[in-house]
Design a protein around this ligand. Structure first.
Ligand SMILES: NC(=O)c1ccc[n+]([C@@H]2O[C@H](COP(=O)([O-])OP(=O)(O)OC[C@H]3O[C@@H](n4cnc5c(N)ncnc54)[C@H](O)[C@@H]3O)[C@@H](O)[C@H]2O)c1
Length: 448
């Protein structure tokens, strides 16, 4: 089948490559000419495990290509995916400029019937706006053409995106049930991904649009709930890791997404929580739970900073801190809304110099911060320790889980570890001679 994809970021690119890999012919359109040129040369501008090799394979087999030519993109596919960004507007609502821009182009250039699938995360009612924008262009061209707009929200996880797209847990399609031809075509497009059981769940458009927000907001809620309980554990002298194991073993709760830490970040949870709060506000329905989720998360990002102040009796000016982890989570170079960014700013404001290491996000940090006088980007986690007063951990990369503790202790001027991801056992850290602050455990329990 012929597929066009508008927007080749984390979502569009992975979806494009995976659809090409099962045999479809895919033409990708992006407004970023440099990105298009790089992708045509097989260079992936983001870090996503397995993506570059799969792209190269499908480029070699000529099933995928990239262009900036929107007219060619609209003309090409019987399916057109919209996978452009929906960043937060100033009031927290999702900015639909890019989505509606693509809709406008579809209406302007289409000459035969199309099935349009919206993969961007968009508020309830956006499919109608997309449909209206396309129709407005067709009307101005005096054309009557059949087209279907379906909602097809994406649930991939950065860092595991290729696998998530190849083996999705579910594929949500919001579509009017009168669109029987389009429903059959979409079912066929996704058949290769439903091999052991049917993964596609058809529903009405509004429910599909809301499903995506509800999913991300539920996950964000689990994280903030656990972080709030972690702060309470500190006050009460309980160990949150014991509590986590205790409640995770209840099958109604489970172990997923209840890790305490220094807050959620990334391109999705923060903006989707904000956007759903905004959507509800427009219906005069305040979402009390989500407002609290957001508030807890904002405070949580500063926990490691507060522990650092405690460790140095409030005097951190002029100190040098080694920071392990800049990406908002492991296996990605994405630093959008990463807790590390809030921490860096708080540390810089107090006159701290940061020596940071991240296995994949150094280039991204360089792009964001340029030559910041209080930031040194280091090539290894050991180099980040040199001359540092304490170590702070912000991302749970695999290579941070079992470091050379003796080297850390000997290199730091003070044996202090502030662990924003609870990687280590407090008792063992104490026996190794460290002052160890976790989230809801360790030294942080003693200083409340
Ligand atoms: N990143 C994730 O983990 C994830 C997961 C699920 C859903 N989503 C949602 O998917 C959407 C895309 O997210 P992303 O992270 O891939 O974004 P991204 O910012 O990485 O990529 C968006 C791409 O769209 C391009 N673009 C913008 N306007 C365009 C236009 N008019 N025509 C063609 N290309 C255009 C940009 O140049 C960019 O390459 C968002 O709505 C996001 O909320 C993201």
């Amino acid at each position: 089948m012929k597929v066009s994809i508008f927007g080749v970021g984390y979502v569009g690119l992975v979806q494009a490559v995976v659809l090409a890999d099962v045999g479809n012919n895919v033409l990708c359109v992006d407004v970023d000419a440099a990105k298009v040129a790089a992708l045509n040369a097989g260079e992936v501008p983001i870090f996503e495990p397995g993506l570059e090799a799969l792209l190269q394979k499908n480029l070699d087999e000529k099933r995928i290509s990239f262009t900036t030519d929107a007219a060619a993109g609209v003309d090409y596919g019987e399916f057109i995916f919209i996978a452009v960004g929906t960043p937060p507007d100033e009031d927290g609502s999702a900015d639909l400029t890019h989505v509606l821009n693509v809709a406008d182009k579809i209406g302007r250039y289409m000459t035969d019937s199309k099935i349009i699938l919206d993969k961007s995360t968009v508020p309830v009612g956006t499919a109608t706006q997309v449909r209206n924008a396309i129709q407005a262009q067709l009307t101005s061209r005096n054309l009557t053409l059949n087209f279907t707009v379906a909602s097809n929200p994406e649930f991939l996880k950065e860092g595991a995106a290729v696998n998530d797209c190849m083996r999705p847990e579910r594929i949500i399609i919001g579509i009017e049930d009168t669109q029987t031809t389009a429903i059959a075509a979409i079912r066929e497009l996704y058949e290769p991904f439903s091999r052991n059981h049917e993964k596609v769940i058809f529903m009405d458009v509004k429910s599909a649009e809301l499903t995506k927000y509800a999913a991300n907001c539920m996950l964000a809620t689990k994280i903030s709930f656990m972080n709030e309980i972690a702060s309470l554990a500190e006050l009460l002298g309980a160990d949150i890791e014991m509590v986590r194991k205790g409640i995770g073993s209840d099958s109604r709760i489970g172990y997923h997404f209840i890790y305490p830490g220094c807050g959620y970040g990334g391109s999705c949870f923060p903006k989707d929580v904000k956007a759903l709060i905004n959507t509800a506000q427009k219906s005069d329905f305040p979402l009390h739970i989500l407002k609290a989720v957001e508030k807890v998360n904002e405070a949580q990002k500063l926990k490691p900073y507060q522990h650092l102040l405690t460790a140095f009796n409030g005097d951190i000016s002029g100190k040098t801190i080694a920071l392990w982890g800049l990406a908002f989570k492991p296996n990605t170079d994405d630093m959008r809304d990463a807790p590390s960014r809030v921490l860096l700013q708080a540390l810089w404001d107090q006159g701290v110099t940061v020596q940071a290491f991240d296995p994949e996000a150094l280039k991204e940090a360089q792009r964001i911060f340029g030559m910041h006088p209080q930031l040194r980007l280091m090539g290894t986690k050991e180099a980040a320790l040199q001359g540092a007063d304490a170590l702070m951990i912000c991302t749970e990369w695999q290579q941070f889980r079992s470091p050379d503790f003796e080297l850390i202790r000997q290199t730091l001027t003070h044996p202090i570890i502030i662990d924003g991801r609870n990687l280590f056992d407090p008792a063992r850290m104490a026996s190794r001679g460290f002052k160890y602050f976790g989230i809801g455990r360790g030294e942080s329990l003693k200083h409340t």
